[in-house]
Design a protein around this ligand. Structure first.
Ligand SMILES: O=C(CO)COP(=O)(O)O
Length: 249
């Protein structure tokens, strides 16, 4: 019932030639018919990616956006601009943005609303640090991050949100959450959503992120509450990313 979604977050990596390579390879290789694949390249590659992905089953995403449509915000990019380049998805609240750029829950909400306002599907990223996990606070932290945003949305807005659970200790470390650890948190998020609306909870797309790769993706994606992945490092290698997408079918 929930369409699998695999998103490749290139972060501040990639190149114009990698964009071309993804377009070519994905145009040739068969993927499971019912799935969404999204690439989130750095902003300068969006236009090239839109053209390179024309014949491929690849959609475009943005890694962040500014809450305003336009104005005196040096260095920022708005949702309206992203929309012009065919962007369909945008991250809000990635842990790197929360930690390195001090985006708090309110800033995350503002960005997520900005995406919704221009009809871009927001991917709300949540996850605990190692200290928080070790202190037994995983669910408390994750549900605070989810709850802060979801409680402030209208029901029709909630339906359009995708949530990515990315334990901070698993990002870029090679230390993937076990399928059981990931499933436990995802089930908790879905249960929390069911408190608002059972139908919404059943249709909510939940992604796992954190050192997902071609070897561990199938087992993670086989968990009942994991509907896809938000992939960092392994999304920069076309063979690995293709293998992850193929294991989502
Ligand atoms: O942060 C991530 C995706 O947004 C995960 O990154 P890695 O897959 O490199 O751990």
């Amino acid at each position: 019932m929930r369409t699998p979604l695999i998103a490749g977050n290139w972060k501040m990596n990639g190149s114009a030639s990698l964009v071309e390579e993804f377009g070519r390879r994905f145009a040739d290789e068969p993927l499971p018919t019912s799935m969404d694949v999204v690439i989130l390249p750095p902003f300068p590659y969006l236009d090239a990616a839109r053209r390179a992905f024309e014949g491929a089953p690849l959609r475009l995403g943005a890694q962040t956006l500014n809450p305003l449509h336009s104005g005196a915000r040096t260095g920022e990019v708005s949702g309206r601009m992203l929309k012009e380049f065919g962007v369909e998805y945008a991250l809000a609240g990635h842990s790197e943005r929360r930690q390195l750029y001090r985006e708090d829950d309110e800033a995350v909400l503002d960005r997520l609303l900005a995406a919704l306002n221009v009809d871009i599907t927001p991917i709300l990223c949540v996850g605990e640090t190692l200290e928080e996990r070790d202190a037994g606070r995983t669910m408390e932290v994750v549900l605070r991050q989810v709850g802060y945003v979801m409680a402030r949305l209208e029901p029709d807005q909630r339906e359009r949100v995708v949530i990515a659970y990315e334990p901070v200790w698993a990002i870029g470390t090679g230390r993937t959450a076990t399928p059981e650890q990931a499933q436990e948190v995802m089930a908790g998020i879905r249960q929390y959503q069911a408190g608002y609306d059972r139908e919404l909870a059943a249709s909510l797309r939940l992604l796992y992120g954190g050192s997902m790769n071609a070897d561990n993706a199938a087992e993670l994606l086989a968990q009942p509450d994991i509907d896809g992945g938000l992939v960092g490092g392994a999304s920069l290698k076309v063979d690995d990313f293709l293998a992850i997408c193929q294991s989502a079918g």
